[in-house]
Design a protein around this ligand. Structure first.
Ligand SMILES: NCCCC[C@H](N)C(=O)NCC(=O)O
Length: 525
């Protein structure tokens, strides 16, 4: 038997883990920018200045000034201590309030003041969903997959990470500018431009996502594939977690919502540069693979043909993965966009800490996704893991929908359970795709899955933003918003979970018929 002396670069552990780290870093920068606006929903949907106090409460500047001026004009407060000009860090504020028919005096110290943008919930929902706009309506994700299979990993990755950077810059420009009453596409200019930037960014982020998946399969097939995919997702979640945790403090500190986005754009520039380094490794891997093939007298695998797409589209297992991905992710990523405000209004968490509870979700997944990935590599049970994760997702949303247990610690526990669900399904679902679809159509396969998923990532925030504005917003007789009732939006999220349970069960049945090997270990002994 002929012995192979030549080795592929990917046979070196150091090389393949380095390649994984670089590509995952670029992805992580993208995930940071994706969720950097989520904790700012309350600020974006408040008009004018928002005043934050040292006791972690906040108030729109208008209502604060009204409180002070009202009582001072009634001469109940002889010398009002606040004027509009004094809304600055360190200022002391005193005002009287009527509580249960009694007058109470309140004294607070301002910790920071930030500019709210006065968007409506519907506008915020539209902006959040704009991420998938170009992907879905211009079919760019689908074409992105074809570009990936035709043009290769290096070209596509450079193009997509460049698009992410460009989109982030447009978004930053929109948020840092004051367009007055100007309109674009029949919308407020700032909302429209920020959404356009987010849509361009989203196109880049999703194409980078499919490219990263193909990179991992290229370097890790037959090795630690699920662990590698789990680690890539874990690094991406670091980006999400940091975005959720630091975005509001940065915006408050700098006094403007655009600064966290600027920080994200700088990160993306570094991500773009690191992908260039990966391209050098990718070239070497291709050269070593060609040398191995030559030594073994093998010919290069036939390239991708458009007609190959038929094979993908005729697979029932593939469609089930698509639908599962749509439903499961519709219950998670869009939920994160609204979760910070949910914490403020349902669980009475001070705004300064409210982003930290949703941030627990990606933080939990950082550890658990590689753990479950490695479990799948070694013992299999992929389809079962997906069913368990879907059941947990549904239970979580039902618990959030219940009008009882409105305590912050309860929200923390439920969020941790969601974190476990959000580790189980991705760690089993993404490495299952190469068991159903061959390598040369993998770019198109991941692109199709991401495409269908993006329909949910786009439309669900639109739907939820609209539902919040029309069915969840509580107003007083004067029409002023006094709170939110999150039952209706959370029931919608629970329905996505129910669909995910049904689909993952069907996938398991299909696997037992077609023997995809979803319940088998990935690592070859
Ligand atoms: N908030 C980022 C959305 C990324 C969606 C992407 N298509 C995806 O599904 N990535 C895998 C994951 O589990 O994050």
């Amino acid at each position: 038997m002929k012995e192979t002396i030549q080795k592929r670069l990917s046979d070196s552990k150091t090389a393949r883990w380095t390649a994984l780290f670089i590509v995952s870093f670029t992805m992580m920068c993208g995930y940071f920018l994706t969720d950097v606006m989520s904790p700012l929903e309350n600020l974006l949907t408040t008009k004018g200045q928002v005043v934050y106090f040292t006791d972690d409460t906040s108030m729109p500047a208008d209502s604060l000034v009204a409180k002070v001026n009202y009582f001072s004009s009634e001469e109940m407060l002889s010398n009002s201590l606040l004027t509009v000009e004094q809304l600055e860090e360190g200022s002391k504020v005193q005002y009287y309030e009527m509580q249960n028919g009694a007058q109470t005096q309140t004294e607070k110290t301002i910790s920071s003041v930030a500019r709210g943008e006065g968007w409506s919930s519907t506008e915020y929902g539209f902006f959040s969903g704009a991420y998938g706009l170009i992907n879905v309506f211009l079919l760019m994700l689908f074409f992105g997959g074809v570009i990936l299979d035709k043009m290769g990993i290096r070209f596509t990755g450079m193009m997509s990470s460049g698009l992410m950077f460009m989109g982030a810059l447009i978004k930053w420009y929109a948020l840092s500018s004051d367009f007055g009453d100007a309109q674009l596409f029949g919308m407020d200019m700032q909302v429209a431009l920020a959404s356009l930037g987010f849509a361009i960014f989203g196109m880049g982020a999703e194409i980078t996502g499919i490219t990263a998946s193909k990179v991992i399969v290229k370097w890790f097939a037959g090795k630690e594939l699920a662990l590698a995919m789990g680690l890539q997702v874990a690094m991406a979640r670091i980006g999400t977690a940091v975005a959720l945790a630091v975005s509001l403090p940065v915006a408050r500190w700098m006094g403007d919502v655009s600064y966290p986005v600027l920080f994200g754009a700088i990160l993306l520039c570094v991500g773009f540069a690191s992908y260039m380094i990966y391209c050098v490794m990718d070239r070497k891997e291709d050269a070593s693979a060609a040398a191995v093939r030559m030594e073994n007298g093998e010919t290069e695998e036939e390239g991708f043909k458009l007609s190959d797409l038929k094979l993908i589209f005729c697979s029932k297992g593939f469609w089930l993965i698509n639908l599962l991905c749509l439903m499961f992710y519709a219950g998670v990523f869009p939920f994160l966009k609204f979760a910070t405000k949910l914490m403020i209004y349902k669980y009475d968490v001070p705004e300064s800490f409210a982003g930290l509870i949703p941030a627990l979700l990606p933080f939990g997944t950082i550890l658990l996704t590689p753990v479950f990935g490695s479990l799948y590599d070694r013992i299999g049970r992929g389809a079962t893991l997906m069913i368990i994760g879907s059941v947990m997702l549904t239970v979580v949303h039902v618990l959030f929908a219940l009008p009882v247990m409105n305590y912050w610690w309860f929200a923390v526990i439920v969020m941790i359970v969601l974190g476990i669900a959000f580790s189980l399904v991705p760690s089993a679902m993404w490495p299952s795709v190469p068991k159903i679809i061959p390598m040369k159509q993998l770019g198109s396969a991941y692109a199709t899955i991401f495409y269908i998923q993006n329909i949910g990532l786009t439309m669900v925030p639109w739907l939820i933003g609209w539902v919040i504005e029309h069915f969840a917003t509580l107003r007083n007789e004067a029409g002023v918003i006094v709170g939110y009732d999150y039952t209706a939006p959370m029931v919608i999220f629970a329905v996505f979970g129910l669909c995910a349970i049904l689909i993952s069960t069907l996938l398991r049945v299909e696997d037992s018929k077609k023997h995809y090997g979803l319940e088998e270990a990935n690592m070859k002994k």
